[in-house]
Design a binder for this molecule. Structure first.
Ligand SMILES: [Zn+2]
Length: 209
């Protein structure tokens, strides 16, 4: 990771943030790391988290338990650091994570169309996050665009405790979901409204042709 070392101080500050995420994130992230770097890679990420004071083990994470969402961010950053990933790699990691996510795959297989998938998004969010609200605005199959808005998730006042690459990861993640829903389209995604630019909202604008 270019010029970025996670310090103990950064990790501790990040981990003071409230809000939980379902363990499915950790299960699929470890699966992603294993596919990419094998058991050795999993061990490296585990060791890094342990050294930072937040041990998280592949064998112990559970799909149904709740974990601090900050730990998910820390894990993304630790993975980027351990494997010396670039910003583009982090985007890809977010995108690829869709493929190892069991929940997403099950969810997607039930969707007949985009509109239905988007209607279900708030419900999906609530199952996996105990804070924040997702909303999909302005979707039109004819207009070929939509906006994903997440409120009460990342707040401007907490920006200094975060690292922008978690936004890069999320941008990749959402582009991966839309790509899965629209497999034959070319997707473009822009992340403009952001807690790093002083807003209490995250917005991702997606267009396709
Ligand atoms: Zn952002």
């Amino acid at each position: 990771m270019e010029d970025f070392k996670i310090t103990k101080e950064f990790a501790d500050n990040l981990m003071t943030l409230k809000g939980n995420i379902r363990g499915g994130f950790f299960v699929s992230h470890f699966r992603y790391v294993k596919n990419l770097k094998g058991d050795e890679g999993v061990k490296l990420v585990e060791e890094r988290l342990e050294r930072l004071g937040y041990p998280t083990k592949e064998k112990e994470v559970s799909n149904v338990k709740w974990y601090p969402e900050a730990l998910a961010s820390l894990m993304i950053l630790a993975t980027a650091e351990v494997f010396n990933l670039t910003k583009e790699d982090v985007f890809q990691m977010g995108k690829e994570s869709i493929k190892t996510s069991f929940i997403i795959r099950v969810l997607m297989s039930h969707f007949l169309n985009l509109e239905k998938a988007f209607k279900e998004a708030p419900k999906y969010w609530r199952k996996n996050y105990d804070f924040g609200n997702v909303e999909i605005i302005g979707f039109g199959e004819k207009e070929k665009h939509c906006t994903i808005s997440i409120k009460n998730f990342r707040l401007a006042k907490d920006a200094e405790k975060h690292h922008p690459w978690t936004c890069v990861y999320h941008t990749g993640y959402f582009s991966g979901i839309i790509e899965m829903l629209l497999p034959n389209k070319k997707i473009k995604i822009k992340h403009e409204k952001c807690f790093f630019s002083g807003q209490d909202e995250m917005e991702f604008k997606i267009t396709w042709d």
